[in-house]
Every structure is written in C-alpha cells, then in structure tokens.
Design a protein around this ligand. Structure first.
Ligand SMILES: Nc1ncnc2c1ncn2[C@@H]1O[C@H](COP(=O)(O)OP(=O)(O)OP(=O)(O)O)[C@@H](O)[C@H]1O
Ligand SMILES: [Mg+2]
Length: 313
C-alpha cells in the first residue's frame, strides 16, 4: 500500500535544490501534483526543468530535498520511485534502426516485464500502432516517434509519467493527438508532469508551474496564474507597429510591449497608470485599441523579465 501521508498527492516535493559547479540551477522548488492530473511545467531554456524532472524520478541526486514522490521519500527511496515512473527524455532515445515492435520488446526485456508478449501487443493495440508494428522507428514521422516513446514509457504500467518536452518539433495535428492520449491516460488514473514551451499545451493542463533561473515564479490553474499576476493589458492593431512599439516601451505605466503577429500587447501592473499611458494614442488614426484579457504568455514574459531584473540587482 502507498505509505504517503497524503494519498491524493502523486508528488509532494519541497525545497528541491541542485547546483552544478557552484551555480544553483534549481533553487528550493516545491511542487505538489495531485493524482490523476496533468501538471504543466514551463520555463525558458536552461531554467532547470529537466534537472528538476531528473531529480523527481530518482536519476539525479538532489543537494537538498524533502518530501515524497508516489509516497516514497525523495532522497532515501529513489529505487522504489524509479520503478513506478515512466520517464520520457527530451531527446528521442529509442533505436531508429529497429521496428516499433522490436523497440517495445527490448524495453520490456530490460524492465523484466512479465507476460512481455501480451503486454507489448496490448500497448501496440492501445496506441494505434497496429499497421506500423513492423515499421522502422527512424522512418516514422516525429509525431509517431513521440507516440512510440510514450508507448515505451507505459509498458511497465507506471503511476506517474514525467514527460520532458514530449511534443517538441511535432506538427500541430500530432501534438493535439498526443494531448488527447494524455487526457485519456490521466482519466484512467495516471498522473503526468509535462514540460513544454507551447502555450496551447499549457492551457490544456489541469494545473501548471512556471520557473525561470531555477526559481518557481508561479503555479496554479490557468486562471489562478493569470489572476495572481494582477496585470492589465491593452491590445493594439495597425500598420507599421514596430517603431510605435519602441515608442510605447519607454512610457511610464507601460511595463511590457510584446508583438503577437499583427497585434501588440501592452501590459502593466497598475491599471490606471497603463490607461493613462495609452490614452493619448487611443484616437490615433490607423490604430485599433482594445482593453483585453492578459494572456498566459503575457504573464510568463512579465515574470521572467522581473526575475531577470532581480538577478542583476
Ligand atoms: N550535468 C550538468 N552539469 C552542469 N550543468 C548542467 C548539467 N545539467 C544541466 N546543467 C545546467 O543547468 C541549467 C538548467 O538546465 P536544464 O537542462 O535543467 O534546463 P531546462 O529548463 O530543461 O532547459 P530546456 O528548456 O532548454 O530544456 C542550465 O544552465 C544547464 O546548462
Ligand atoms: Mg530541458
């Protein structure tokens, strides 16, 4: 039985810290992930996501950590944790010169999975590989390769999936299908921690966390993350917005100007000051202004820039 004091939590990690060569890359991160949820993990390149994931699954020894993963102590019971986790690494790690079926059989042997043939056949069926079972892994599209990597993670029936950028470089349709599959899996009781750089994927998570420079900057549901940031945003459309953006950027009350295609988002933490800053431009010909909802991406950019400024103080 699960020895966790709180059985609702698949992960209850506190103050997880790791340094490399004297540099802190994961700084006292605490994270609670409920069983059966998809938890999104976001942050710029080099912010510490992979390092954190590797500590959660027992592959990397933290300098400091308290708490549990699947009810087992993060520091003292790493072997027990490893056996119950499916870890999908950031880089494709299966054999390109082997078929789908050969790859899965090999993994099943490595894990000493009982009833190997039956289990592999079941996964092939369940993940829709029927017609492709004899195809070389290397000959498949990026989307199918990632699906195969996911299938390999599922063979030993893990309770928790740690998926490190599982859809990087995969086309939008395959990404959607991957996420549909993920939702099916969590509906059947599996828990998933998924790192991603895609905002649409972040929005499909039950809850999410954002880190930068090794620090946890925010976490919660999509709505909580946006509400807690307490930002106001205006969008402006028009021609030749680049020079205008530069002009806006230096005005008091405007803390962030970000282009999104043909629209610019203008954001600040003081709604009245922001309004006063944009007011003189509202009637300017050729511009269409609108006070708009702050997006998740606005929040992440804001938080990481604030953190960067704090680091240089
Ligand atoms: N084994 C290691 N030795 C030294 N430094 C490392 C090691 N592993 C990671 N780092 C450093 O730790 C920091 C965090 O890296 P990490 O790979 O965890 O970031 P990430 O958030 O996963 O980035 P990305 O989005 O690019 O995958 C980086 O500065 C990286 O260079
Ligand atoms: Mg990474």
């Amino acid at each position: 039985m699960n020895p966790s004091p709180d059985n609702h939590l698949a992960v209850d990690a506190r103050n997880v810290t790791k340094s490399f060569d004297g540099r802190v890359v994961v700084n006292q991160i605490s994270m609670q992930i409920r069983r059966g949820e998809i938890f999104g993990f976001l942050g710029p390149n080099g912010s510490g996501k992979t390092t954190f994931i590797r500590m959660l699954c027992g592959l990397l020894q933290p300098d400091h950590a308290e708490g549990t993963c699947l009810g087992f102590d993060l520091l003292r019971e790493r072997e027990k944790i490893k056996r119950r986790i499916g870890y999908m690494t950031q880089k494709f790690s299966l054999y390109e010169e082997m078929t789908v079926s050969e790859n899965l059989n090999l993994i099943a042997r490595l894990y000493s999975i009982e009833q190997r043939k039956k289990r592999v056949a079941g996964i092939i069926e369940r993940m829709g590989f029927g017609d492709r079972r004899h195809q070389m892994a290397g000959a498949m599209s990026g989307g199918w390769k990632q699906r195969l990597a996911l299938a390999a993670c599922l063979l030993h029936e893990p309770e928790l999936l740690l998926l490190d950028e599982p859809t990087a470089g995969v086309d939008p349709k395959a990404r959607r299908e991957f996420w549909d599959e993920l939702h099916n899996l969590t509906a059947s009781g599996i828990t998933a921690l998924v790192s991603t750089h895609y905002m649409d994927e972040a929005e499909r998570c039950h809850r999410l966390a954002y880190i930068a420079y090794g620090n946890l900057l925010t976490h919660g549901t999509l709505n909580e993350v946006i509400t807690n940031a307490a930002l106001s945003t205006w969008s402006v459309k028009g021609d030749n917005l680049s020079p205008f953006a530069a002009q806006l950027r230096i005005l008091p009350g405007i803390e962030q100007v970000v282009p999104f295609g043909e629209v610019i988002h203008v954001t600040g933490s003081d709604r009245a000051a922001l309004r006063a800053a944009v007011l003189p431009f509202l009637e300017q010909p050729g511009l269409q202004w609108e006070e708009t909802a702050t997006s998740l991406e606005d929040v992440f950019i804001y938080l990481s820039q604030t953190q960067a400024r704090d680091n240089f103080k």
